[in-house]
Design a protein around this ligand. Structure first.
Ligand code: AMP
Ligand code: ZN
Length: 479
């Protein structure tokens, strides 16, 4: 069966067909974090969703190029930089490091491209210049540049593809400068923001004077640079539909760089929000959780990931600590079944009957059919838990052959791999001299002597050990 995904562009389920004529390669962009604070578990719901889309496409045999940007300059960041007195790079660097550690704790695969907005300023400026040349962007007296919705529409552009907008309410020529605004304020939006006194040192030269890019143009420039002017999939949380993604379409298609008849993006996927304890997460309500908060309570990234993957991505999901506790129990049940199968499979000879193979195909077939239905994880988990129930019943009476157990384990591995829930290998004890090097590296990092820390890391690598920085501290692994 073909994969069907809900496309926000058409508001319907559509068969997913890549632009690649061979049907194999897929370009996928997900709007990444704004690194101004630690990521909360709502943010990570979206990144786990993106990771699932990638893993499932790979499971189906596609070769995915996954790009996720790091927003390291926008309104919120500038405000924090001003408040803390730090440099932009120092401020965002700290939260970016934390973000990647959290991302890894949730076993999300590192995207193939992770562009930073501040490294794409020349591409951003070039894109704005193209928009000006095409008459859909204009400079204002203060040296800012805005996108003209009226001119874009006049040239046949369709603004409001993702969200039905009421253009009678559009106040022609009105402008909105801030990066985030509601649909009631549909207006020309900023592509380039002239330097304001409160921006401090955060500015770059441009043909229009010193300033900085608007948030929306950053994603247009980076996604098209790394995936081409027209690509397959664009993801994000539902809050990004308007204005961020609507503006991305207008800017990217307004530049007229796509091959004739091709859109900027073929399929737009949006994940619903995560609520916490029944309400929008907020610090004042005491229901605001960063990933770190949950790790500090003793939960593992794998348990949190499992919980996030029990809900369909288009359904709002209510996070509770009780729910996380229940997720731990359910995952424990899966692991225990796998452990017992592994014990039985120790006696396997490698001979598998046709009936066992066909039963395995049935299970994988049902799993795939569920996931092909717009990533219906609830149905997919129902298939898996039914198998766990059946196998537990057979194991209870000693009725599973080692060869059958071994074959079922291969299915387990495929399903766990697809969900990114493969249990981590047992920790290896490092020899004393390697542990000493790791401690010396940590001390160097704490003293901000990154050169020495890197040299120690290289020395460890030469001795066959790598070090991973996790939210629970550095972890040693064999290289
Ligand atoms: P930000 O770091 O604010 O730019 O957000 C990063 C990603 O998290 C975006 O794709 C947002 O749409 C998404 N996001 C923000 N809040 C939530 C939430 N409560 N639930 C799910 N996704 C969210
Ligand atoms: Zn974006």
């Amino acid at each position: 069966m073909a994969l069907h995904l809900f496309n926000t562009l058409t508001r319907s389920l559509q068969t997913f067909t890549p632009l690649d004529p061979a049907g194999k390669s897929v370009g996928m962009y997900c709007c990444g974090p704004t690194v101004y604070d630690f990521g909360h578990i709502g943010n990570f719901r979206t990144f786990v969703f993106a990771d699932l889309v990638r893993r499932y496409l790979e499971f189906k045999g596609h070769s995915v190029r996954h790009v996720m940007n790091i927003t390291d300059v926008e309104d919120k960041i500038i405000r924090r930089v001003r408040e803390t007195g730090k440099s932009l790079r120092d401020y965002t660097g700290e939260y970016e490091t934390a973000f990647w550690a959290d991302h890894a704790a949730l076993n999300c695969l590192r995207p193939h491209g992770t562009p930073h907005a501040t490294e794409y300023i020349s591409e951003i400026i070039a894109l704005i210049e193209t928009l000006m040349t095409r008459g859909v962007a204009y400079r204002t007296d203060d040296g800012s540049v805005y996108f003209s919705i009226e001119k874009y529409r006049g040239r046949g552009g369709h603004y409001g593809r993702l969200l039905n907008l009421n253009f009678d309410a559009l106040r022609v020529g009105e402008r909105v400068k801030s990066d985030e605004y509601a649909k009631e304020s549909v207006a020309d939006f900023a592509l380039w923001k002239a330097r304001a006194p409160e921006d401090g040192a955060v500015c770059w030269p441009s043909p229009w004077g010193e300033g900085r890019p608007g948030w929306h143009i950053e994603c247009s420039a980076m996604s098209m640079k790394l995936l081409g002017a027209s690509f397959d999939l664009h993801l994000g949380g539902e809050d990004l539909i308007f204005p961020h993604h609507e503006d991305e379409i207008a800017q990217s298609e307004g530049a007229g760089v796509q091959p004739p008849g091709q859109p900027f993006v073929k399929h737009w996927l949006h994940g619903a929000h995560l609520l916490a304890e029944g309400k929008k997460m907020s610090k004042s309500l005491g229901n605001f959780y960063t990933l770190r908060d949950l790790l500090a309570k003793g939960f593992t990234g794998r348990e949190i990931r499992y919980l996030l993957l029990t809900a369909h991505y288009r359904e709002p999901f209510n996070f509770t600590l009780d729910g996380l506790q229940a997720a731990r129990t359910a995952l424990g049940r899966l692991d225990e079944c796998k452990r017992r199968l592994t014990e039985i499979a120790a006696g396997a000879t490698g001979k598998v009957s046709a009936a066992t193979i066909s039963e395995g195909q049935r299970i994988l077939g049902e799993f795939t059919a569920a996931m092909d239905d717009d990533l219906n994880v609830s149905k997919a988990w129902a298939v898996i838990f039914e198998e766990v129930r059946v196998m537990n019943a057979f194991m209870a009476v000693g009725k599973i052959e080692p060869n059958v157990a071994a074959h079922r384990l291969t299915i387990c591995d495929q399903v766990f791999g697809c969900f990114g829930l493969t249990p981590p290998p047992p920790a290896v004890e490092a020899p004393a001299e390697i542990a000493a090097l790791a401690a010396a590296r940590l001390a160097a990092r704490q003293a901000r002597d990154f050169k020495r820390a890197d040299a120690i890391r290289d020395e460890m690598k030469a001795r066959g050990w790598v070090i991973e920085d996790t939210p629970k501290g550095p972890r040693l692994k064999r290289a």
